[in-house]
Design a protein around this ligand. Sequence first.
Ligand code: SF4
Ligand code: SF4
Length: 273
Amino acid sequence: MNFLFEFKNFITKKNVLNFDKVSFVHANNRGIPTPTKNMENGCGACSECESNCPTKAIQRSGSDRLDLDYGKCLQCGICVEVCPEGKLRNSGFIYTIALHREEFYTSYQNGKMEKNSQSNFTLSENQRQFRDLTKKRGFLYREVAAGGNNTVESELNASFNSVFDSEREGIRCVASPKHADTIVFSGPISEQMEGPLQTAWDVLSEPRALIACGTEAVSGGLFPKGKIPKEPDLYISGDPPRPDVILQGFRLLIGRFSFQFQEALHKFLESEK
Ligand code: SF4
Ligand code: SF4
């Protein structure tokens, strides 16, 4: 019987996510807000989106310009709901991952995305060394919950299930930072967690990487942001980000996935026209 069960498993099609085929746009997710075609002629002077955004991620200037910081955006959809003229939509674009914080600053003029002039980002020396070390073997991380609400931890847990299967990438969570290559932290870093986060960071040997996971970790989100040991090497925004977004972020950091937020978003918006 056991043999038959094993044999059945062997020939059954696996449900493991194929990272090469997965899309950065997901129909069942709100994703980040982007302008609709109606924005071509600018928009009214209502500023409802700006005043209702809980994290001040969206700012309107004049009648034709919108500035968004997707590192602050919770992907809550409120700005889309309150816009009286249907100028915003939930795009379904969920890959808010970047190696540099500036990549999330995005401006739209009459609904057209302006390429961020700083978008030619190169790897820092530390990011390059970390990539050299981990590209083949993956990495071990210690997770530090720095004042968050456990949603990021739930998604990190899910990244180990049989669908996402983090371990096939050689990416594992360990109990002690002494055994880790990386610290993944969530939450805005409350005052009480500044010390423990710094301590966990201090015991890692170099090259090491710091990963901000979730909108609160990237920007503070709804809260003031606490003190971080250093500028993170990887930013994964979203409140919380899905497990596949987290894993693609990890793969980006170690050089197994080629992705640049500004470029991908620009391409996506152009393809929709
Ligand atoms: S946080 Fe919510 S309201 Fe603010 S920009 Fe993002 S989706 Fe819109
Ligand atoms: S995008 Fe919508 S809510 Fe925001 S200022 Fe324009 S019309 Fe008002």
